[in-house]
Design a protein around this ligand. Structure first.
Ligand SMILES: *Cc1c(COP(=O)(O)O)cnc(C)c1O
Length: 356
């Protein structure tokens, strides 16, 4: 049976990336060696790294005064690494759920944290708007797509202080005005690659703003100066990321990606609204294109386990919602084909018929 992979992460990647990764594991670039077993200092791998950087720069329109590096440790390492570098006195955080809470906890090890806005009052079902940003912050921190709650910023906010954004789960899914951010980072395993690599896009002026002496691996300058090669970078995840980036370019870049993502999300949100058995959990204006959350309609809660079984039997994978929200979450990352969304919608309609 065909599987429709709605997994929240690690998650679906383009078919061509799987194929080329499989080939490269057996014979990378005709070298007669596996990508898993070559030195990261070889010319062949240096070309992969350079390609991934330049494709990311091209696809996201990253201005020249930004550096891009790839590093291990996941997005969770950046939760402490960025404040270690940049939090001298006080930073502002917008609290939009689990991932910002975790980032806030780490930041507090280095200085004062002011939560400038939060959507915790309604279980993070919206993105706070119109909040004041104090001028005296070392930086403002946001998470642009909240993977667990299914909320997403729809505009790049203006900040009078350096803006740091966790874009783990919506990077390259929509156009972004990079020039509004001082740092954009994320784990690659949601939309770009298998687990094991994070990307960091950092504005040049930040490199001289490091506030304290740091271990070499923690200092952002290390990774910029050594072009992601201070230590052994995650060679295989970077290889797959490059394949994903090539695929995004081949189908028209981020604008085309965004258009596809809007179409997919529309189909599913429309069905969630229409279907009498389900309801959305997120305020309309803030609904994520990537992680689409829904629960059983009021009075139908007891059907949740049945629906999960019903959908699973029809090939849907990874649609159980996070325990903090309950219900269902269909992650519709870049590589998820529209047919998978249509299959889920058909499933919801069939289930509704059974329970008329
Ligand atoms: C998954 C996720 C993380 C955590 O990433 P790790 O690489 O597992 O540390 C952080 N932020 C967001 C928005 C995520 O979706």
């Amino acid at each position: 049976m065909k599987k429709h992979n709605f997994s929240a992460g690690p998650s679906i990647l383009p078919e061509v990336a799987y194929q080329n990764a499989a080939k490269a594991i057996l014979d990378f670039n005709g070298t007669g060696l596996s990508i898993l077993s070559i030195s990261h200092r070889t010319k062949d791998f240096e070309d992969v790294l350079a390609s991934a950087q330049s494709l990311m720069r091209e696809l996201l329109n990253i201005p020249e005064n930004y550096h891009i590096y790839f590093v291990g440790g996941g997005a969770s390492t950046q939760f402490f690494q960025l404040p270690a570098n940049f939090l001298g006195r006080k930073a502002g955080y917008v609290n939009t759920g689990v991932w910002t809470k975790k980032a806030i906890k780490e930041a507090k090890l280095y200085g004062e944290v002011e939560v400038v806005a939060s959507s915790e009052d309604r279980n993070f079902c919206y993105i706070p708007k119109g909040f004041d940003i104090p001028q005296d912050l070392d930086y403002l921190y946001i998470c642009t797509n909240n993977t667990i709650y299914g909320t997403e910023y729809k505009t790049d906010i203006d900040s009078p202080v350096p803006l740091i954004a966790d874009m783990s789960s919506d990077i390259l899914s929509r156009p972004v005005d990079v020039s509004k951010y001082a740092v954009i980072y994320g784990g690659a395993q949601k939309n770009l690659a298998p687990a094991g690599v994070s990307f960091v896009i950092i504005r040049d002026d930040m490199l001289s703003k490091v506030v304290r002496p740091l271990p070499t691996m923690v200092n952002v300058n290390t990774h910029v100066e050594n072009n992601s090669m201070f230590n052994t970078p995650p060679v295989f995840p970077i290889f797959v990321m490059n394949e994903t980036l090539k695929w995004i370019k081949s189908i028209g870049g981020v604008e085309a990606m965004y258009k596809r993502n809007v179409e997919k999300a529309q189909v599913l949100y429309d069905e969630i609204e229409r279907n009498t058995l389900f309801r959305p959990t997120v305020d309309k204006a803030d609904r994520s294109l990537m992680n689409i959350c829904f629960v059983m309609a009021e009075g139908k809660e007891e059907l949740a386990a049945d629906f999960l079984k019903f959908a699973t039997e029809r090939g849907m994978v990874g649609i159980k919602g996070h325990r903090l929200v309950g219900g269902f979450r269909a992650s519709c990352y870049n590589a998820l084909p529209k047919e998978s969304v249509e299959a889920l919608v058909a499933c919801m309609q069939e289930f509704e018929q059974l329970h008329k």
